[in-house]
Design a protein around this ligand. Structure first.
Ligand SMILES: Cc1cc2nc3c(=O)[nH]c(=O)nc-3n(C[C@H](O)[C@H](O)[C@H](O)COP(=O)(O)OP(=O)(O)OC[C@H]3O[C@@H](n4cnc5c(N)ncnc54)[C@H](O)[C@@H]3O)c2cc1C
Length: 409
């Protein structure tokens, strides 16, 4: 047997999820390596692009406990109301922050801004070793360690750790190398994202509007702008992206309607193909998968990163707990504990998101009537709305200590 591995923990992927885990664990006596294909602060890093992320209230609490929220909050806009409706139908429901006795149901910030704050916090700590730009190209698991091969400037070297965390996104190399079975579905849809400036103030309302082609989200942003997530059929996405500003605004207005008056300005457009992907088991040997590597969701309900951040909070708690008891952090206690804690929520959120996509794109008249009556009933029935709001805020179920504002022990 070789000596102890050089790292306690290696995180593959320094996107929003991997970087968050590194911060959650930094300064607690662990030797952590964070590997990413992009150098830190690279403006072309796609994980930190201009997409708007709706952070649930629970996620803000996690970031607060990690001491990064105050800086994030400067460029985040609160969501005080969520308005859900279907284009051309009578049913709607809305969730209100004041009904839940919170100042905001969540906040909206760009991935770029969140990334800037996370990288700033990582730079300020000396406890995380950045290994970047570096590509993980091979891996193997041994009894007491996980070993990976990284390629940097055409040279290969091997790194090893007691625990390997895969936060390497939807096309996870680690997941593929382990051959983990997945549930996978394409939607034939892409999300076109941009921001628009409406004629009327957004009043911190987030709109979720369902159309036969797919859902549209309009989220309040700073500076009076709104972030747009417009689901478009794959067959139409190129023609939507080719529209000039005026034609895009007219097409979007037609889909969204006039609740905020006319849309006056529009920013740059980008498109993301949408799919559902979920691993059946997120642990294997000395490896744990978190974030998009474990579950990539349709952005309809804005749950992808929020779910990933709850993975981070749960894993940090289990790793630090095992460490505190002098146990192996890559051993069964952490892996089995993680799977038992996270699997159920990951499956439920993935299935609920997928169900929502199908429910609202089904044009059958009885179904359409049922879902509109359902929304109306929900709007009138406060306890059910309360459960929905707590779930949307990421405050339902077993909460990790970080989500309760406490540091993991
Ligand atoms: C249009 C859109 C809107 C969204 N809106 C919301 C929202 O409102 N709320 C919400 O909660 N979520 C939202 N999401 C989901 C959210 O963006 C993702 O869940 C989140 O960004 C995933 O982060 P991650 O760190 O898991 O993965 P990624 O961002 O994919 O990061 C993976 C990292 O791993 C690195 N990497 C990959 N392979 C290797 C390798 N072999 N070697 C080294 N490094 C590697 C990559 O360079 C990258 O930095 C949205 C998604 C989309 C597409």
């Amino acid at each position: 047997m070789n000596g102890a591995p050089a790292h306690d923990l290696l995180i593959v992927g320094g996107g929003l999820v991997g970087a968050s885990l590194a911060i959650a664990l930094a300064g607690r006596g662990l030797r952590i390596g964070l590997i990413d294909a992009h150098p830190p602060g690279d403006p072309g890093q796609p994980a930190y692009d201009d997409r708007a992320i709706a952070l649930a209230q629970g996620s803000c609490r996690i970031f607060e406990a990690m001491d990064v929220w105050a800086e994030m909050a400067d460029s985040a806009e609160p969501i005080c109301e969520i308005h859900v409706s279907e284009r051309g139908r009578f049913g709607f429901t809305h969730l209100l922050a004041k009904e839940e006795c919170v100042s905001a149901l969540g906040y909206v910030a760009t991935a770029r801004e969140l990334g800037r704050v996370l990288l700033g916090a990582l730079r300020a700590t000396e406890c995380v070793e950045w290994i970047a730009p570096a590509q993980v190209v091979a891996m193997r698991i041994e009894a007491d360690r996980a070993c990976i091969t990284v390629e940097q400037d055409g040279r290969r070297s091997e790194l090893e750790a007691a625990l390997l965390v895969a936060a390497d996104g939807g096309r996870s190399f680690v997941r593929e190398a382990l051959g983990l079975p997945v549930v996978k579905r394409g939607y034939g849809q892409s999300a076109v994202i941009t921001n628009v400036t409406p004629e009327r103030p957004h009043r911190n309302v987030a709109f979720e509007r369902f159309t036969e082609e797919g859902p549209i989200a309009l989220l309040p942003m700073t500076g009076g702008r709104c972030a747009v997530v417009w689901t478009v059929l794959d067959t139409k996405v190129d023609s939507v992206l080719a529209l000039d500003d005026a034609a895009f605004l007219a097409a979007f207005q037609k889909h969204f309607g006039h609740r905020l008056g006319r849309f006056l300005h529009v920013g740059r457009r980008n498109a993301y193909p949408l799919k559902l992907l979920r691993v059946r088991e997120a642990v294997c040997g000395r490896v744990v998968l978190i974030g998009n590597a474990a579950h990539t969701l349709h952005p309809i309900a804005g749950q992808g990163f929020n779910l990933g951040l709850r993975d981070v909070a749960a894993l940090a708690e289990l790793v630090l707990g095992a460490r505190g008891r002098g146990e192996d952090i890559g051993g069964d206690t952490v892996l089995v504990g993680y799977e038992a804690w996270r699997q159920d929520e990951q499956r439920k959120v993935a299935e609920a998101t997928d169900g929502l996509v199908h429910l609202f794109t089904n044009p059958l008249p009885p179904l359409r009537l049922a879902r509109n009556l359902g929304m109306l009933a929900l709007d009138l029935f406060t306890p059910a709305r309360h459960v929905l709001a707590r779930t949307a805020m990421g405050l339902h179920g077993r909460l990790p200590r970080l989500a309760r504002g406490l540091l993991p022990r």
